[in-house]
Design a protein around this ligand. Structure first.
Ligand code: SAM
Ligand code: SF4
Length: 459
């Protein structure tokens, strides 16, 4: 069988895609790069906003046409698969395999089945399952928990992914050891609210550590860089900031979604914190890590958001001075309390506010990136950049970075880089040695240089 998996949405979906792909390989499937050469196409879907749902609908429409022309099995997994909305879509577009976020290990049974196969249970085995490490990569994701116990009024995730379940620290550390042995140097711990790790009832009964202690345990494993996403302000404790600061492998990077700067809107979102509490956490982070890079998520145009509420969000952005933000227009999702009880704002109001927020974000990102010029940053290089002769990677603070190849820095690795130039989205620099001296640059490929060294030229 030739299988192709398409991934929409968040990093948890990327992790789940890897998990399912490794199951498929163990069942004898070949993974192929495109839909045309696949006889099994699986869409790993996102249901958080309307747009990714529309996208899945349109791809499924194409796949239904393709099924008329050749033998093709079509599958759907991820958040949309768990919803009635997704199941209606699956029926309409003749989807053969439907696997919810809690049933990923049923993929084998799905392939054995000769008829339509739907699996939507939340199965405990999933939490104990350790997927093989990614091969030939310096970065890996590691899911430390699944589900969510919060009930933000706009969010469909608690319905699609179920209640929070923390994975056992033994399983987490075993998975990490396998990643380390495979050459992974940066791990991103994943969960809807990682700092609520260990607080679900099962975890408490089993005596799992707090998130701060888990960070310390992961930090002692020998991994060089640790990141995590996402943190919920409600579950944030100063101990997390302290554990980050005292664990050298933990990067000085934190993604703390605020969603809105207005207490009135936060209350209507049921976010369980207010602006003041949020800012207290920011102060704690800055006290322990003065140079921490801060990212956030913001929803604009939540139902009932007034111009004054929105202004408070803009003011909060300036008060915190975020390095960057994921900004979303509110999307009314069937099945959420806000969809049921609140009236959506006009589209023009929402898009106009988004434009103003994007301008603010660009302004701050430009300042933050420019502030890195002249500093030395630790960059994890993934490999070749788009431009020949250059490498691309990212700093501990997640800034995309480009460097020329140099003797001793010709491919993937972790290097010290002196930043010479910045745009609002990219840092440019040179790899330096322990004394801060640039490594010797390799001759660059240019058409002129190639012509000069060609045998014809020598004749
Ligand atoms: N658990 C994380 C938290 O609470 O911060 C975030 C997980 S959520 C899947 C990712 C982001 O999607 C949220 O932070 C929120 O900004 C955005 N989001 C969720 N539901 C949304 C909706 N209905 N409309 C617009 N954005 C939404
Ligand atoms: Fe959704 Fe809120 Fe849970 Fe985040 S904390 S996944 S936004 S319900």
């Amino acid at each position: 069988m030739k299988a192709h998996v398409v991934t929409y949405g968040c990093q948890m979906n990327e992790y789940d895609t890897h998990l399912v792909q490794s199951q498929l390989v163990s069942l004898g499937a070949d993974l192929v790069e495109d839909i045309d050469s696949a006889d099994f196409v699986l869409l790993n879907t996102c249901a958080v906003r309307g747009k990714p749902v529309d996208k899945v609908r349109s791809v499924l429409g194409e796949l239904r046409k393709e099924k008329q022309k050749r033998p093709l099995v079509v599958g759907m997994m991820g958040c949309l698969a768990q919803l009635e909305e997704g199941q209606q879509i699956a029926r309409k577009f003749e989807v053969d395999v439907l696997i919810g976020p809690g049933s990923l290990l049923d993929i084998g049974k799905a392939l054995e089945s000769n008829e339509r196969f739907w699996a939507l249970n939340f199965r405990d085995e999933l939490h104990e399952h350790i997927p093989p490490p990614p091969q030939g990569k310096l970065q890996a994701h590691l899911t430390i928990m699944r589900g969510c116990d919060h009930h933000c009024t706009y969010c469909i995730v608690p319905t699609t992914r179920g209640p929070q379940v923390s994975r056992s620290p033994d399983d987490i550390l075993r998975e990490l050891d396998m990643q380390l042995a495979a050459g992974v140097r940066e791990v991103t711990l994943l969960g809807q609210n990682v700092n609520a790790y260990g607080v679900d009832q099962g975890a408490r009964l089993a005596g799992y550590p707090s998130f701060a202690d888990l960070l310390r345990m992961v930090g002692a494993s020998g991994i060089e860089r640790i990141k995590f996403t996402t943190s919920h302000p409600m579950n944030f404790t100063e101990d997390v900031a302290q554990a980050m600061a005292e664990t050298p492998a933990v990067c000085e990077f934190i993604h703390l979604p605020v969603q809105s700067g207005s207490d009135r809107v936060l209350r209507r979102m049921a976010r369980e914190y207010n602006r003041e509490k949020y800012l207290t956490h920011i102060a704690q982070i800055r006290r322990h890590m003065p140079d921490a890079v801060l990212y956030t998520d913001i929803i604009v145009g939540f139902p009932g958001e007034t111009e004054e509420d929105f202004q408070q969000t803009l003011d909060l952005y300036d008060e915190v001075g975020y390095d960057s933000a994921y900004m979303f227009i509110y999307s009314a999702r069937p099945g959420t309390p806000s969809y049921k009880h609140f009236t959506d704002l006009p589209r023009e109001v929402k898009t106009e506010r988004l434009q103003r927020l994007i301008a603010k974000q660009k302004d701050w990102s430009a300042r933050k990136f420019a502030g890195k010029v002249g500093t030395v940053q630790e960059v994890l290089v993934r490999g070749d950049a788009y431009t020949a002769g250059f490498l691309e990677g990212h700093t501990r603070g997640q800034h995309p970075t480009v460097v020329p190849k140099a003797v001793g820095a010709e491919g993937a690795g972790i290097y010290q880089v002196r930043i010479d130039h910045a745009t609002p989205h990219m840092l440019y620099g040179k790899v330096v040695d322990a004394q801060g001296r640039p490594l010797e640059e390799l001759p660059q490929f240019t058409p002129e240089a190639a012509a000069l060294s060609s045998p014809l030229q020598m004749l």
